[in-house]
Ligand binder design. Structure first.
Ligand code: HEM
Length: 394
């Protein structure tokens, strides 16, 4: 296995090591126990192109054909190879650490479709409506998801575009979302569009015990999901105009961290453990009761963690008109965060954590969730196999 391939496939090496296939000359194309794009790249790639698809067929054979084609094509794409009929906008480009991660939405398990209604995993719930949700149906849900991540935006787009072409007649694009992470100097934590460091405290993807506990589906899940995960995506618009009128001290109180160095309020340095019990002279918590990090932290959520892999998005501006005097019209940024989180079970992960946050988090004054979805991310495929094989052949 050459070094660059080892980097591209990341955790897939686990399978090779455990099944004596490591010596095989073709091991570099080996799919693995986990799909790439979750724990395989550290730091995560700089760009994402996320796409949700709707199935336009109800024939199981079409589905198997699509998943076979997608499996083969994704292997080629991640090696930087082109396929028949390719649009070639990535010809001669490096693979740019491309990863492709496939997911299954609830629609795949609909009663009148593929005979999979009894296989819908209990964890693949219909997400509840949260206070403040303004989810646009045109940016929400989908039967299948594809997330391409790469250090080059065109390589990520190209990958999804080829997969969409291969889906002709079987599935069509429902919605898409681009995102980027802009990297500061050195290996510092990136900042989101609110100007705060984002990613300081997260599940440690290099710690297998933590990944097994919080991210990978274990034997509580159906056989075909074990080694997989669940993806929650939320397109979150930030009211940046409003945010920019607030004082930094207020922003820091909202977040529970300082803006410049990202330290927890009352702590020293970005990586200090937040002290959620510390109080000021008036007896108020230093890290405010309804600050974002306090509400989200595992210390306040029975130890629960989710693996966040967020991207910023910048989709230009929206025209707004006030519905009350003085009836002003204007533009607002359509920019914010593509919140992406992987977890072992969304019922105890995202839903549990966000239920309380969606009502109380001070950050909500500046954020609106405008789209997203929940997808079951099956494990990686076995050699010669295809995406979802264990589900479709069960
Ligand atoms: C636009 C929306 C959001 C922004 C700007 C934002 C920003 C941040 C920032 C700056 C931090 C502190 C740095 C860090 O530890 O990474 C953080 C932490 C965190 N956020 Fe968010 N976040 C957003 C939405 C959400 C949502 C919807 C959730 C849902 C559960 C969430 C969950 C978390 C968690 C779990 C942490 C780590 C807390 C800890 O362990 O200390 N965030 N976020």
């Amino acid at each position: 296995m050459n070094t660059s391939r080892r980097v591209v496939l990341g955790s897939l090496g686990v399978l090779a090591a455990s099944t004596n296939l490591a010596a095989s000359a073709t091991a570099e194309t080996l799919p693995g126990i986990h799909q790439p794009g979750i724990a395989s790249h550290s730091p995560g790639q700089d760009h994402t192109y996320f796409a949700a698809f709707d199935l336009t067929t109800s024939k199981r054979a079409d589905l198997v054909g699509l998943f076979r084609a997608w499996t083969d094509a994704s292997q080629n794409l991640m090696r930087g190879e082109t396929t028949d009929g390719d649009s070639l906008e990535s010809l001669d480009y490096a693979p740019a650490r491309l990863s492709i991660t496939f997911g299954f939405g609830a629609g795949l398990f609909a009663a009148d479709k593929f005979g999979l209604e009894n296989s819908r995993p209990p964890a693949l719930i219909d997400l509840p409506r949260f206070p403040g949700d303004e989810l646009d149906p045109a940016r929400t849900g989908g039967d299948l998801s594809v997330q391409a991540c790469a250090d080059d935006p065109q390589v990520a787009f190209h990958a999804v575009r080829q997969l969409a072409r291969l889906a002709n007649g079987v599935a069509t694009l429902r919605w898409t979302q681009t995102g980027y992470v802009s990297r500061p100097k050195a290996a510092a934590t990136p900042r989101n569009l609110m100007g705060f460091k984002d990613g300081t405290r997260n599940v440690d993807t290099t710690n297998p015990a933590e990944m097994a506990r919080f991210v990978w589906v274990g034997n509580e899940g159906p056989d075909w999901m074990q080694g997989g995960s669940y993806l929650v995506i939320r397109r979150i618009r930030m009211a940046l105009e409003h945010w920019d009128t607030t004082k930094v001290a207020f922003q820091e109180q909202t977040m529970g961290r300082t803006k410049h160095d990202g330290a927890p309020i009352g702590g020293h340095g970005e990586f200090a453990t937040p002290d959620f019990n510390a109080t000021d002279a008036n007896g108020n918590y230093k890290i405010a009761e309804t600050s974002h990090v306090r509400m989200a932290a595992p210390e306040m959520n029975n130890g629960m963690k989710i693996l966040r892999r967020p991207y910023s998005y910048n989709d230009g501006t929206n025209v707004t008109a006030e519905r009350w005097p003085p009836w002003r019209e204007g533009l607002e940024y359509d920019a914010g965060l593509v919140f992406i989180a992987y977890q072992r079970d969304p019922r105890t992960g995202f839903v549990q954590i966000f239920k309380k946050m969606s009502r109380m988090d001070m950050l909500n004054q500046f954020t609106t969730h405008t789209g997203g979805g929940l997808f079951a991310i099956p494990p990686g495929t076995t050699r010669g196999g295809y995406l979802g094989q264990r589900l479709l052949e069960s």
